[in-house]
Design a protein around this ligand. Structure first.
Ligand code: MLT
Length: 429
């Protein structure tokens, strides 16, 4: 007998089907609630509302579990590569060697962007934030590949659009940085793998030989893997909602980039490093800033702590913290004052009842900025790095939504405005 829930409304009993996922999460299916009762549900921020059924990522906020297509991120971060994880998320299985070689070979073939994109760069004021440029240029891909706008793409065209996006976003991201710095743009190198090529495009100069540092490449691989998907977070929900209107993949991802830019979402990694730098500039007294964070009359808040769904710890933060120590050690930066400040703040968050009671422990953004800074990535590019990592997740979720033929997303509301009233002419107001 299928499980159901009973809702008693206005003396009537309504039976709601209960659905259970493969990890035994349960939901009431309220798909017919308004038709049956005239009621809608209200859940500001959707904390208790499932928007969809998905087979891509499972996370357990209480146990600190995160798996991509069933594989624990701890194993993927240690053993896999970012492109292999991208393939896993998008196509649902780990690739064979031949499949991975073909996938990465296709991506390598498409890393170049149309030369006319350089003209678009020139139109941005130098103070433009890289996320604004990135979202604009990803949407501009619809201009270079008009067929990508069609809602009736065949599998081959869908595949080509996916490959183009995965291949060109690193080039666009690196060119955004070089353009903002006034440096010559670097063209992608087909003899380099995904992460090495990105670092080359970001940091090489025509005037000198750029040495690829395997420690940096490995750290970047790990960071991108850990950011690759996170079920129905704000930016992914944005990509799905925009895509549900039959908007193109490029347009939907462009919208997701703007959602990720928000300081409460992907923009938090930039806020964390700016907080650490402010503490360092102020003399590095973390106890002073911990007291400020606890003072309800003080507007200072610790960035990079707590999470909407993780109730005890963010499993990604644990992995990134170890990677931060390793990278800084390997780069001879183990005495980084920012790392010391971060470790003191973390220690306070893990031991001080004030933070424990509020479940304020380091999240994925807390240590990632320290690694990005050690890798030489400028602060304003941190959220662009988050977007690079999250791209395969956005693509996978958009593709799943389309393949499942999900309806256009159109939430309802409870109206709290004026009752009906008649128009008055301006001289009568
Ligand atoms: C993410 O990875 O998207 C962030 O942790 C935010 C979230 O999941 O809500």
């Amino acid at each position: 007998m299928a499980e159901t829930a009973e809702l008693i409304l206005d003396g009537k009993s309504i039976t709601l089907p209960v659905i259970e996922g493969t990890e035994h999460e349960k939901a009431f299916d309220i798909g017919k609630l308004r038709d049956q009762t005239g009621y809608v549900t209200l859940d500001s921020g959707y904390k208790n509302t499932g928007a969809t059924k998905s087979a891509i990522t499972f996370l357990d906020g209480e146990e600190g579990i995160l798996r991509y297509r069933g594989y624990p991120i701890e194993q993927l971060a240690e053993k896999s590569s970012f492109l292999e994880v991208a393939y896993l998320l998008i196509y649902g299985a780990l690739p064979t060697k031949a499949e991975l070689d073909n996938f990465s070979g296709q991506i390598t073939k498409h890393t170049l962007v149309h030369e006319d994109m350089r003209k678009i760069f020139d139109g941005f004021p130098s103070a433009t934030h890289p996320m604004a440029i990135l979202s604009s240029l990803i949407c501009a891909l619809t201009g270079f590949y008009p067929q990508s706008v069609s809602p009736d793409l065949g599998p081959e065209e869908m595949e080509l659009n996916i490959i183009r996006l995965l291949a060109k976003m690193p080039t666009i991201a690196a060119w955004t940085y070089k353009n903002n710095m006034g440096h010559p743009l670097n063209y992608p190198r087909n003899d380099m793998d995904y992460c090495a090529n990105f670092l080359y495009m970001m940091f090489s100069f025509p005037t000198e030989k750029y040495e690829i540092n395997p420690v940096v490449v490995s750290a970047l691989n790990k960071l991108l893997i850990l950011h690759a998907d996170h079920e129905q977070n704000c930016s992914t929900s944005t990509v799905r909602l925009v895509g549900s209107a039959n908007a193109s993949l490029y347009g939907s991802v462009s919208a997701g980039i703007n959602a990720l830019w928000g300081p409460l979402h992907g923009g938090a990694n930039q806020e964390v490093i700016e907080m650490l730098e402010a503490i360092e500039k102020d003399g590095g007294d973390t106890s002073k800033f911990i007291a400020k964070a606890k003072d309800k009359n003080d507007s200072f808040r610790l960035m990079g702590f707590g999470h909407r769904v993780y109730k005890n710890f963010d499993p990604r933060a644990k992995i990134i913290k170890v990677a931060a120590d390793e990278v800084l050690q390997a780069l001879g930066m183990q005495d980084s004052p920012l790392l010391k400040i971060a470790q003191e703040l973390e220690q306070a968050a893990l031991t001080d009842q004030y933070f424990i009671e509020r479940k304020l422990y380091p999240n994925v953004d807390f240590y990632s900025g320290i690694i990005y800074k050690a890798l030489g990535i400028p602060t304003e590019m941190f959220t662009v790095m988050f977007a690079l990592g999250r791209l395969p997740g956005w693509i996978a979720q958009w593709k799943e939504m389309r393949e499942n033929k999900e309806p256009i997303g159109r939430p309802r509301q409870i109206y709290t405005g004026e009752l009906e009233r008649d128009y008055t002419t301006i001289d009568a107001r």
